[in-house]
Write a protein that binds this ligand. Structure first.
Ligand code: G6P
Length: 369
């Protein structure tokens, strides 16, 4: 009924709109507003143990795997610990030679995904310390891992993950700074400035949701296109992968995410007049490089849709449609850019008459191998 969907037509739309609150719920009680303290005791791994960590393995499936990729950029850059990321169904069979003092982290909304559980059990059996970033309290992953960092984003009903994903990013951000403090990888005041930024995120997510009308208009222009390419660099590369996954899951349009720098090694062959390419661009060191990728698309008459926190003139000029998203920093912008991408997938799917809450052939959690 409409009532259980909080007045929204679909659970997915309700969950997209819940993000200001679900993000706040992930932060609550864990970080002080001035960023001076992180409360992470609940996860069951001490600062002393964190300080010893030499290598991190991040493993998951689907959308949660994209959160892992974002986590890699965060942890390596901020906490300076090498991170390996893998898909659970690959990880579990590839006989990983674990390094000493490793930490294995399974990211899973449900805590019940069969491949993710198998990977977790494999790590445990190998004597590696395990943690799960999980949404469902009391789930199998939360019971079996040595430590749990709950995302607390509330029940997610829509098959395509939205709010659970953005909470996973927030959880990774908090965890990264806990690691960084334990390792003393950054001066304390830098940690505090970055952590205090978290408190702007719910309000900024609210602002990003206000883009909905604009995104709806855009959806009307593009919903009949048979193919989409999503491109980003750095932290926005996984955002591009997730944007493409959302579209393909619920609208059945073929969509591919790619690292923008890699597009000339294949995907560019697809680009012809009107071919939609979604660029996700932060106002950071990748901006210049991304502009040159856009020129390549422009030269082939592709249809450029840009989601960006930069107001750079050149960027606007190269874009056929430009969606400005007010940003915070490159790390947290991954959350803010994901919101218009979720809305784009949703509105395109609705225009195509698809069942967004129950897409064909997909399950909310895959409990068989
Ligand atoms: C299924 C769902 C996805 C989800 C993936 C991993 O494919 O449809 O939305 O990302 O499983 O689920 P998990 O619960 O482990 O995060």
């Amino acid at each position: 009924s409409m009532a259980e969907k909080g007045g929204y037509k679909h659970f997915m739309l309700k969950e997209i709109h819940e993000q200001p609150r679900s993000i706040a719920d992930t932060i609550r009680g864990r970080v002080l507003p001035d960023g001076s303290r992180i409360v992470y005791k609940e996860i069951g791994i001490s600062y002393e143990e964190l300080a010893l960590t030499k290598k991190i393995y991040l493993v998951a499936c689907g959308t949660s795997y994209h959160a892992c990729l974002i986590g890699k950029y965060m942890i390596e850059r901020i906490a300076r610990i090498p991170v390996e990321v893998d898909i659970a169904s690959e990880f579990r069979y590839r006989e990983v030679p674990f390094e000493r003092d490793s930490l294995f982290i399974a990211i899973t909304q449900s805590g019940e995904t069969a491949d993710t559980l198998a990977a977790l059990r494999y790590a445990k059996k190998s004597g590696v310390k395990t943690l799960t970033i999980c949404n469902v309290v009391g789930s199998t992953a939360s019971r079996e891992a040595d430590g749990v960092f709950y995302t607390h984003s509330g029940p997610e009903i829509g098959v395509a993950s939205t709010k659970a994903f953005t909470s996973q990013i927030v959880a990774l951000y908090i965890f990264t700074f806990a690691l960084s403090k334990a390792k003393r990888a950054n001066p304390a005041d830098i940690n505090e400035i970055f952590l205090s930024k978290l408190f702007h995120l719910p309000t900024m997510a609210e602002k990003a949701l206000k883009l909905e009308d604009k995104i709806h208009q855009l959806a009307k222009e593009v919903y009949k296109k048979p193919n989409f390419l999503y491109l980003g660099r750095g932290l926005n590369y996984p955002v591009a992968l997730e944007g493409a996954l959302k579209l393909k899951e619920i609208s059945y349009i073929h969509a591919e995410g790619y690292a923008a720098g890699e597009m000339k090694h294949g995907p560019i062959a697809l680009v012809e007049e009107g071919f939609p390419v979604v660029f996700i661009v932060s106002d950071d060191l990748y901006l210049e490089k991304t502009l040159s990728n856009m020129e390549e698309i422009k030269a082939r008459d592709g249809f450029i849709i840009t989601i960006s926190s930069s107001k750079e003139e050149k960027l606007k000029k190269l874009s056929d449609r430009f969606i400005y998203v007010e940003g915070i920093n490159s790390y947290l912008n991954t959350v803010l850019f994901s919101i218009p991408l979720q809305l784009l997938a949703y509105h395109v799917a609705i225009l195509r008459g698809c069942d967004v809450d129950q897409p064909r052939n997909l399950a909310k959690s895959v409990t068989v191998e």
